[in-house]
Design a protein around this ligand. Structure first.
Ligand SMILES: Cc1cc2nc3c(=O)[nH]c(=O)nc-3n(C[C@H](O)[C@H](O)[C@H](O)COP(=O)(O)OP(=O)(O)OC[C@H]3O[C@@H](n4cnc5c(N)ncnc54)[C@H](O)[C@@H]3O)c2cc1C
Length: 354
């Protein structure tokens, strides 16, 4: 019998487990993918890394700052210097300065580094990769989580995955009570309906032209574009977001995104050394089918997320459940701190008995 079973080894689930284990709780984390990090997904390059998921953190995000400090994660500032570009059907206009980017921090080895370092400090065998939870059922005095491989009995279970995905992919017995079930089904997956484009180049040629690598575009598939280079421009990369608002809207072709980059940054943009298009809609361990149609962002941080279900044993801890900075890495960590405190408070009296 586990004290705690965490479903999902994204940053929220990992931090929940980390805090629970530090308090002495017998904890296991199930992770459907063959890697940790969830929406923190980085691709290592020869020198440095690029991010296919989250990229930035911002000043004042205290949960992120605390974890960076604890784990000694190398970080650097987002490149801001130079002019931005504005692009609409009438014109491609070079702006005076860069009003598009705001100051932010970057993870030098990629954002997944934060998750990997956290995973590495958990006791061996805590994380079971490639094992997806398919069902949770309540018994008289504990919960049972089912996977294709095993059944796990636990006093507490934390759903550390987007609520709409949990409602879609996990069968609950008894079913989630209303209005909690409806809330979960209607909660948008943050960035679950976006294509992220990363174009890697041999050098940050746009900087040589005095450009920041930042653009706002109403022509072509990407709406906003930013510099994603490492410290001192190595590795050199640009990234852009393609919003997908309609059901079945196709992802752009590589040719369409390169054409747009040429229009914005000139002919040097024609030959990226690598081009990555990540369609987060097709990541079945992030977004349920139809994620692009979920719009009820007011569900983020709803008070019901902080009320455990199933006799006080079933908890929620993804970024979507955070009242502060929901959607951000910081929100995912804040949720983890909240839920870990609840579970630890419940389990600690038993532990202190002789
Ligand atoms: C393209 C993109 C750009 C972003 N940019 C930023 C940014 O710049 N700054 C920022 O702060 N945030 C950004 N975000 C958001 C940030 O990535 C998230 O807030 C954060 O990573 C969420 O962490 P989480 O642990 O709550 O959820 P997730 O990372 O989604 O973790 C959930 C985990 O559960 C696993 N899982 C799913 N189903 C099951 C199952 N049935 N059984 C077991 N495991 C399961 C998943 O594989 C995953 O590992 C971005 C996200 C994306 C996609």
């Amino acid at each position: 019998m586990l004290d705690l079973l965490v479903i999902g080894a994204g940053i929220s689930g990992l931090r929940t487990a980390d805090l629970a284990i530090a308090a002495g709780l017998n904890t296991v984390v199930l992770e459907a993918r063959d890697r940790v990090g969830g929406r923190l997904h980085s691709l290592p390059l020869d020198r440095g890394a690029v991010d296919l998921g989250a990229t930035w953190f911002w000043a004042g995000e205290r949960h992120v700052e605390q974890l960076i400090h604890e784990l000694g994660v190398p970080v650097h500032a987002q490149h801001l210097a130079g002019d931005a570009v504005y692009h609409d059907p009438q014109q491609t206009r070079r702006l005076d300065g860069n009003p598009i980017d705001v100051p932010s921090g970057r993870f030098t080895a990629g954002a997944q580094d934060l998750a990997q370092r956290l995973a590495d400090r958990l006791p061996p065998s805590t994380i079971r990769l490639g094992e997806a939870a398919t069902a949770v059922h309540r018994t008289d005095d504990h919960l049972v989580v089912q996977t294709a491989e095993a059944e796990h009995a636990a006093q507490h279970v934390v759903l550390a995955l987007p609520p709409a995905l949990a409602a879609h992919a996990i069968e609950f017995t008894p079913p989630l009570p209303e209005p909690l079930g409806g809330l979960a089904r209607s909660t948008p997956v943050w960035m679950g309906a976006i294509v992220k484009v990363v174009a890697v180049y041999p050098n940050a040629f746009w900087r040589d032209a005095g450009l920041a690598g930042a653009a706002m575009s109403h022509v072509g598939p990407m709406r906003e574009i930013h510099d994603m280079s490492g410290p001192a421009g190595t590795p050199a990369a640009l990234f852009g977001f393609v919003p997908l608002m309609e059901a079945d809207q196709p992802a752009p072709t590589p040719e369409a995104v390169v054409d747009q980059l040429i229009q914005l940054f000139g002919p040097d943009a024609a030959n990226p050394s690598a081009l990555h298009l990540t369609d987060w809609r097709s990541e079945s361990h992030t977004a349920p089918p139809g994620a692009e149609l979920l719009r009820a962002y007011q569900t983020y941080g709803h008070p019901l997320w902080a009320e455990p279900a199933m006799d006080g044993r079933l908890h929620w801890s993804s970024t979507e459940t955070a009242p502060v900075n929901p959607g951000h890495i910081d929100g995912a960590l804040a949720s983890a701190a909240r839920v870990a405190a609840t579970v630890i408070a419940d389990r600690s009296p038993q532990r202190s008995q002789p």
